[in-house]
Design a protein around this ligand. Sequence first.
Ligand SMILES: Cc1cc2nc3c(=O)[nH]c(=O)nc-3n(C[C@H](O)[C@H](O)[C@H](O)COP(=O)(O)OP(=O)(O)OC[C@H]3O[C@@H](n4cnc5c(N)ncnc54)[C@H](O)[C@@H]3O)c2cc1C
Ligand SMILES: *[C@@H]1O[C@H](CO)[C@@H](O)[C@H](O)[C@H]1NC(C)=O
Ligand SMILES: *[C@@H]1O[C@H](CO)[C@@H](O)[C@H](O)[C@H]1NC(C)=O
Length: 501
Amino acid sequence: MRTSSLLAVAAASIQHVYAAPYDAEIASALQGRLRIGDAGFTCRVLEAVLGSEVVVTSQDLEYTAQEQANYSPTCWLSAACFVSPEDIDQVSAAVRIIGALQTPFSIRSGGKNLNPGFASVDESGVLLSLAKLTRLELAEDEGSLNIGPGVLWDEVYDFVVPKGLVVVGSRYNKVGVPGFLLGGGISFYTNQYGVAIDNIKSFTVVLASGKVAVASSSKHCDLYRALKGGNSNFGVVVNFELYTYPHETLHWQTRGYNPEDAGAILEAYAEFQLTGMSDPLARVDMNIFGDRPIIIMIYNGGAPPPGTFDAFLHLTVPFEELVPPTSGTYLELQAIQAIRFVKEHPHNYGETFSHTIDGTYMAEIEQLFLELMVEPSNTYENFSFLWVPVAMPASVARDDNVLGIEPVEQQWHEWMIEWDNDEYNDAMLELGHNITAVLTAATEEAGTLLPYLFMNTAGGSQPVLQSYGEENVAFMKAVAKRYDPTAVFQRQFGGWLLRDL
Ligand SMILES: Cc1cc2nc3c(=O)[nH]c(=O)nc-3n(C[C@H](O)[C@H](O)[C@H](O)COP(=O)(O)OP(=O)(O)OC[C@H]3O[C@@H](n4cnc5c(N)ncnc54)[C@H](O)[C@@H]3O)c2cc1C
Ligand SMILES: *[C@@H]1O[C@H](CO)[C@@H](O)[C@H](O)[C@H]1NC(C)=O
Ligand SMILES: *[C@@H]1O[C@H](CO)[C@@H](O)[C@H](O)[C@H]1NC(C)=O
C-alpha cells in the first residue's frame, strides 16, 4: 500500500478522538516517518506514550513471565511487546496507536483459552494484557456488580458471597471473567438464570476510535446484543456489569463410578435431563476422566425434593462416594472444583459439538471417543483425556443474544486432551481436528447433531460464529461496521473473527 494513503488513515483515526487523554503524547510520538504494520515500531510508540512500566519488550526482565502467562504452553508466543494498561484511558490510547499503525494484536484477560494465537500473538504483533484492570465494585443498590477484565472468577466469588450475593459465573474459578462471559459461559446457575452472558446489565467498551461506549438494553443496544456471543469483534471490554442474585445455601454430593459403567451413567444423565432437570434449581455436572465418570449433583437451595436425582440414586451400579451429601455456601462448593486445575500449566487442547439428547447415542459416542484415544495413549508419553457432556435446558435459547441456540433440551459436548511435551504440540492439534471430524460425522449420521458450537470449549478452527446462524452473522457484521468502520478489530492475530466468514 502507498504510504501517503496509510498515513491519511492513521491521521484520520487519531483526529477522530481529538479530545481524549494522551492526545498530545500520541500526536508527538507519531511525528516523522511512520512504519505501518511494523510491530517493533508500534511497541516503541506505545512505550513513548504509555511508559516503560506499561510496555514490556524482550529487553525487559519481565518478558518471560508475560510470555508464559497463558494457561497452556501451546499459547506461549513471543509477542513484539506486552502492553498492560493501568486504566481505561491507557487502553484507549493503546487501541488508537495499534489501530493507526495497523499492527496485528491479540487481547488477553485470564489467558485460559486453549487456542494458540487467540489470547497470544507472535513477534509480528502486540499483546494487549488487561490483567491490571481489577475493579470489583457493587452498585449502590447491590443489584449489580462491576468487574474489570483482569479479574478471575474466584476473586469475584470471594468478594460477593460474604455479602450474601452470587453472580452467574464460571464453574471452574481460575478462569478469566471476559473470555468466559463473551463466549456465553456455563455456570452452576445456568439452569436457573441462563448462560452467563444473559446476566449482564452493561458492558463498557473501548472502541476502535478510542472512544468509550457503555452498551446496555437502553444504550447502544445493538452493540449490547452483539457482544453477547460475538467475543472480541467489536472492541475491548473494560467493564462487565453483572446482575447479582441472593445467595442460597446449596446442597451437593459427588460420586465416582467404574469405567465399565460409563454407558449406564450417560444413560442416567439423559434420563435426569428429561426428568429431574425440569426443576431449574437442580443440576448435574459430569466429567469422564480417562474413562472414569465422576458426577456432582447440585441443588440450589437446601435439600433437593425427593425424586430430583433418582436417575442416579436408583442406579444399581457400584459407586465411590467422593463427597457425601453436603450443605454449604457457594465458596465451599467452589473449593471442590479445583479438580481441573491440578497442573499449573498443562499442555491441553479441546473442541466441541452439540446434539439433542439420546441416552443410547451418548453411550455410543463416548465409546467411539475412547476408541480414538487408544492409539495416542500408546504413542504419546503422559497423554490423558477428558470427556465432558453438558446437559443444557431448552430455556437457554433466547433471541436477545447472537448465539442462535435452538429451544430444545440439548447436550453441549466438550472433550480435552492433555500432554507434557512441547514436541507433540502440532500432532496434538491435528489429532484434535481428527477427533471432531469423526465424532461430528457420527453424530450427523445418528440424526442428533445440532449446529451450535459453544465458543468457550471450541477449537480455533471450528466455525463458531457461523454456528449462530446466518441472521446473527449478518447482524454481527452490521454492528462491527457501525462501531469499527476501519475494521481495526479484524486485524487481530487470531480469534473467532468476522473477517473469516
Ligand atoms: C480448566 C478450565 C475450566 C473451564 N471451565 C469453564 C466453565 O465452567 N464454563 C465455561 O463456560 N467455560 C469454561 N472454560 C473455558 C473458558 O471460559 C474459556 O477458555 C475463556 O476463553 C477463558 O477466559 P479468559 O478471560 O481466561 O480468556 P483469554 O484466554 O484471556 O481470552 C479468550 C478470548 O477472549 C477474548 N477476550 C479476552 N478478554 C477480552 C476483552 N476484555 N474484550 C474483548 N475480548 C476479550 C480474546 O480475544 C480471546 O479470543 C474453562 C477453561 C479451562 C481451561
Ligand atoms: C511424564 O510425567 C512424568 C511424571 O510426572 C515426568 O517425570 C516426565 O518428565 C513426563 N514426560 C514428559 C515427556 O514430559
Ligand atoms: C489425522 O487424520 C489423518 C487422515 O485420516 C491421518 O493421516 C493423520 O495421521 C491423523 N493425525 C493424527 C495426529 O492422528
